[in-house]
Design a protein. Structure first.
Lengths: 150, 417
């Protein structure tokens, strides 16, 4: 059995806790984090609006921060999971990347964007809802309440 | 040369210069394109020597002012002001994404208003990205906020945006009067941005937040802050003490630059780079080209298209047309075209046009559709960026912001009358 756990800033602990609780011990787990491309694109390209009054600044620094933070996040998630897992860090359109990665798996673990206090349609943002709507496999959907993380 | 032919030639020169400025080919700097186009217009008699001299004379104080502002922005960067503000923001956010967004709003609006939108876009935005990412939060809402406020909050002071600088002299207002009239419209637009962004990114803002350690040490460069503060006060009282704004800006720039040069924190080469001489020459060239087009019929055509009068509907109309023009080309040439056409109608019309050219670029994150399309052509394969998100956010904020700011500007001018 192959299981994909979608790691998102702020809610990843709940997703990992759910994987710990419900996924069989012999399953292969992959932890996936997707860094959205939009923020970097804005930081990189907004100076175009200034016509010529800006230096051609390197944005490699931003990319390396993003990569470093994502790998730290995934490493922490594996520690919390407490067992072997493949780490997958990507960048791009988040919804599409998660759905594409889920093509080859038997179960996708997704945490909502808020805890029980936000019950209802607003408990998931557009990206999580997109993933739910397009997931090719069964989805384990959990609340993001951090108390569950034990 | 006939007037029609001159107009056609000037418009072609303008189109070519802007195309070069947008496409930025490595073999042809936009300054060269602008100067060559201006020289061609001069050689063919589309613009007279006297008119050229007048256009250069009109632009010179504005360009000098811009140069001083570029040095002030560079000084703030050199002294680590933006990094310190980023760390301070992270520490004060207290684990709350909404609070962090509010701090980004305050920071981006303040930097834009006081040090200009260039600094917010080029210097502050990367700091916000780095800070928020390190806090293990999705940076998207915060970077969008920074980018949007760079445009929205640039309404406030004549120094906040190059468009304001260019239109400021045409408006005939004092620094303090301009700022007073624009204060409420600016607040109105920031309120719209807050409502739209907090709803648009509701999911990101509702997510629980991890405890992430933030560096305890924040060293705010006090001397730099003091210079910026004193310079701002100087601007506000300039008309009272009878000192030209240009000298106050130059004094502020010198106060930040000279000590750094003496202490070898920077070099003459670094200062020259910060001054962006190529861009300053580009604006001079663009000014001559626009003068040629304006004198040969463009001003008349713009006047015919723009609504006249001081009622709310007219002001909204001017703002809307200006926003469209800013998105078709870029707000810099748009302002050069609009300011002379509107100046005779009075300062209210000029301010209404500024609402359009300053808020309008939020429709696209690169300031004009032409630039956006060009970028798309350049990387037809690179679809990893969700372009729809940018455009949707622009469509949600810009029309509402134009409506609210025009209404507030109208109310403020009524109150003053």
């Amino acid at each position: 059995m192959r299981v994909l756990v979608w790691i998102v800033e702020g809610t990843w602990m709940a997703a990992v806790a759910a994987a710990k609780q419900f996924v069989p011990a012999d399953a292969q787990i992959t932890l996936l984090h997707v860094m959205p491309a939009e923020a970097q694109a804005v930081a990189r390209e907004a100076p175009q609006a200034l016509l010529g009054r800006w230096h051609a600044r390197s944005t490699e620094a931003l990319q390396s921060i993003a990569v470093q933070v994502a790998s730290g996040l995934l490493a922490d998630a594996r520690v919390l999971l407490g067992r072997d897992a493949t780490l997958n860090a990507q960048g791009g359109r988040v919804g599409d990347a998660v759905v594409a990665a889920a093509q080859k798996t038997d179960l996708l673990v997704v945490a909502r964007d808020c805890d029980h206090a936000g019950e209802g349609p607003r408990s998931m943002g557009p990206t999580a809802r997109y993933v739910l709507d397009h997931a090719p496999c069964p989805v384990l959907l959990v609340w993001s309440k951090q108390a569950d993380a034990t | 040369m006939t007037v029609h032919l001159s107009l056609v030639l000037a418009l072609v020169g303008l189109a070519v210069t802007l195309a070069v400025a947008v496409a930025r080919p490595t073999w042809l700097p936009e300054a060269v394109a602008a100067v060559v186009a201006a020289a061609v217009l001069l050689a063919f008699g589309a613009v007279s020597v006297g008119r050229t001299r007048q256009a250069l004379g009109d632009l010179a104080p504005t360009i000098g002012f811009l140069a001083a502002l570029l040095l002030i922005g560079d000084g703030c960067r050199r002294e680590g002001l933006f990094d310190a503000l980023g760390t301070l923001m992270a520490r004060r956010s207290n684990d709350s994404p909404r609070r962090l967004l509010a701090l980004v709003f305050i920071l981006a609006a303040s930097v834009t208003a006081v040090i200009s939108l260039d600094s917010t876009i080029v210097l502050l935005t990367p700091v916000i990205f780095a800070t928020v990412t390190r806090l293990r939060m999705t940076p998207t809402p915060y970077v969008y906020a920074c980018d949007h406020l760079a445009n929205s909050a640039s309404l406030l002071l004549p120094i906040s945006n190059l468009t304001n600088l260019l239109a400021f002299r045409a408006s005939g207002l004092t620094f303090a009067h301009f700022s007073l009239l624009m204060a409420l419209p600016t607040l109105g637009v920031i309120a719209i941005e807050w409502v739209v962004l907090t709803r648009f990114f509701g999911a990101e803002l509702r997510r629980p937040r991890e405890q992430v350690a933030v560096s305890d040490e924040v060293k705010l460069p006090r001397f730099t802050l003091a210079v910026v503060g004193v310079t701002l006060i100087g601007f506000l009282v300039s008309s009272l003490i009878g000192v030209d704004l240009l000298w106050i800006a130059a004094a502020g720039a010198a106060a930040l630059t000279v000590p750094a040069l003496v202490r070898r924190k920077t070099t003459l080469r670094g200062i020259l780079q910060a001054l962006q001489p190529g861009f300053l020459i580009f604006v001079f060239g663009l000014g001559i080209i626009v003068a040629a087009a304006s004198d040969n019929g463009l001003t008349a055509a713009v006047r015919a298209v723009l609504p006249h009068g001081e009622s709310f509907i007219y002001m909204l109309g001017i703002a809307a047309v200006s926003a469209v023009l800013a998105n078709l080309v870029n707000n810099l040439p748009a302002t050069l075209i609009l300011a002379p056409a509107l100046a005779p109608a009075g300062h209210v019309a000029v301010l209404a046009a500024l609402l359009g050219v300053n808020i309008g670029p939020n429709l696209t994150y690169v300031g004009s559709l032409a630039t956006l399309l060009w970028r798309r052509i350049l990387r037809a394969e690179g679809t990893e960026v969700n372009l729809g998100e940018f455009l949707r956010l622009g469509a949600l904020t810009v029309p509402a912001a134009l409506l609210v700011s025009a209404a507030l500007l109208w109310a403020v001018t009524r109150l003053g009358a």
